[in-house]
Design a protein around this ligand. Sequence first.
Ligand code: 2AL
Length: 251
Amino acid sequence: MFIDQDTTMRIRIINANTSAAMTDKMGVAALNAARPGTEIIAVNPASGPITIESHFDETIAAVGVCEEIRAGEAAGTDAYVIACFGDPGLYAARELTNAPVIGIAEAAFHVASLIATRFSVVTTLSRTSIMAERLLHEYGMGNRCRKVRAAEIPVLALEHEADASYRLIEAECIRARDEDQIGAIVLGCGGMADLATRLSASIGLPVVEGVAAAVALAESLVTLKLQTSKFGDLAAPPAKPFTGEFARYSR
Ligand code: 2AL
């Protein structure tokens, strides 16, 4: 019997912020998680916030995410990952392509819920922990999450003060393990993509990192030949004129 094992596919990892160092880090995490035949293209928007730590940052970043979906469509892409924990622009991105689009927060929540009854999230700043709580409820995952914890580090510190940041994240993960009655921890920032293995070994719980989780889910959807549904709200947006700096979106 001949079994077609050609699993070649192209996944575009869209870091929603404009920090190239973080994009590179996410590309490595994605490659480490990917199957041998999978091509990983890690990109970030040309314009937008250098980090994403507020609703405003997310809203501006979402335009850049849409631009990267348009570029991915021109280049040929089998699946997309939105690599920012707020999943900015996720539903707009799904309107712009038939390919699967997976946000790292939704990927991490779902994967964690498959290996543990309850998990906690460890993220950057308190304000983003409130944003993550909102997302958990939007995704119907609120009852699986015990607590969203903040290590109180700005996203850029993950790059510029890596050792001190690691120690703060590790301390928060230990508190989560000891106080939350959980089976797993979700890392709440794309900039933590390189920390999961080390943290898991240190604290003795499974640590789910969204970029790797999203790559695995994206590969599965492509293998299953399942694309974004175009029946209903995720169909292409209605053609209409756009004005001013967004005139390029006119159809
Ligand atoms: C993030 C993230 O994943 N990337 C970024 O710039 N900000 N999320 C977060 N909770 O800080």
